[in-house]
Write a protein that binds this ligand. Structure first.
Ligand SMILES: [Mg+2]
Length: 367
């Protein structure tokens, strides 16, 4: 890999975030359709021409939280800080505000809080993950930041891996990508399979953006994964994904052998099985394969989109779907800002990305 290691292009950053949002929007209308048979009967086995195939085009919490992960990195860069995790907590608390704030309070809250809170389109509940909401609600009164040794819960839902890609894009090294994504994941998901899946995805994104093939990146991420306590469940899910992808064309029922993707290691495995068979010319069909199953379609679509996007770039994403994508302008702006910051082109705009972590702590009245 070293000979091809290069500065990642802006197209790959755009591809990673836009691809994730496309997969999210494609899967969101069928997240709660519990059978692949029903989905195929209603919408077909091949990718629909329109993102609005089932309902109005909407991205969900997966895309919202991914934008807040990117915001955390940009605000840390504004502050000149290498300690990303407090910025991630502040960012996810701001996402929590977009989900919980009464409409009349929104305008007041938005002022001075940066690019994302200033965008009224983000104040939308799109089936947000209950684990994220409850862990973030508790974070306001938690005396210290959650860590892998002091986790907030035992959850391994996929709500941390689906937001982890930006940590891989921006990190200086694979090890940093892995550790920062892990420690930002454990803010809401305390089970090792929950946070190690996020770490693994970030390591893949880091290396693929810098010239590795998916197979090379997986080998390098495997070496980081096996150093961690209780990594076996994620490693076993990855082994199943590789075996399934090596066994020939994936059918929707084959995908379901990997589980429903409601938990992190299954969502990661479904995405990897799909992406192992992807080519630059099959992006739409790869994304449809990743969502047309009875499981957590928007999250498996999101992770798959992050990976195909960083492998093939925004220029390989379906143009017509992009023209229909909700928040496209905001996603592109954040991806460009993240690319500029990661490439060292000065500090981000402090109005868009204030130089403070923004963590809110409310003391317990009875403490
Ligand atoms: Mg979602």
């Amino acid at each position: 890999m070293t000979t091809r290691e290069a500065s990642p292009s802006e197209d790959l950053f755009l591809g990673c975030l836009l691809g994730g949002a496309l997969g999210d929007a494609l899967g969101y209308p069928i997240e709660f359709v519990r059978s692949e048979k029903q989905i195929i009967e209603r919408f077909g086995a091949t990718a629909p021409p329109d993102l609005s195939y089932a309902s109005e085009v909407r991205v969900s919490d997966d895309t919202q939280m991914t934008l807040f992960s990117a915001e955390a990195l940009l605000r840390a860069r504004s502050a000149g800080s290498g300690a990303i995790v407090p910025f991630a907590l502040g960012a996810y608390q701001r996402w929590y505000v977009t989900q919980e704030l009464a409409p009349r309070d929104r305008v007041r809250h938005r002022s001075g809080e940066g690019l994302l809170l200033a965008d009224p389109r983000l104040y939308a509940r799109r089936a947000p993950g209950q684990t994220c909401l409850s862990a973030l609600s508790s974070s306001f009164t938690r005396p210290s930041i959650a860590t892998i040794d002091d986790p907030p819960n035992g959850s391994k839902g996929c709500g941390a891996v689906m937001r982890a890609a930006p940590f891989g894009l921006a990190a200086r090294t694979r090890e940093d990508a892995f550790v920062v994504a892990r420690d930002a994941a454990v803010l809401t998901h305390g089970h090792p399979s929950g946070y190690l899946s996020a770490a693994y995805l970030a390591a893949l994104v880091h290396d693929i953006a810098r010239g590795a093939t998916l197979e090379e990146a997986m080998g390098l991420a495997d070496a980081l994964l096996v150093r961690e306590r209780e990594h076996q469940e994620v490693a076993a899910a990855l082994t199943r994904a590789r075996a399934l992808a090596a066994g020939g064309a994936l059918s929707p029922s084959a995908i379901e052998q990997l589980g429903g993707g409601w938990v992190a290691e299954e969502a990661l495995a479904i995405a990897i099985a799909c992406v192992l068979q992807a080519t630059a010319r099959s992006v739409a069909q790869t994304l449809w394969r990743a969502v047309a199953h009875g499981g957590d379609s928007d999250s498996t679509g999101s992770i798959t989109g992050n990976l195909v996007g960083v492998m093939f770039g925004a220029s390989a994403l379906p143009v017509h779907w992009l023209s229909q994508l909700e928040l496209r302008d905001l996603i592109e702006r954040v991806a460009r800002d993240l690319h500029a910051a990661a490439m060292g082109s000065g500090r981000p705009d402090p109005t868009d990305y204030p130089a403070a972590d923004g963590v809110v702590r409310v003391p317990r009245w009875n403490a």
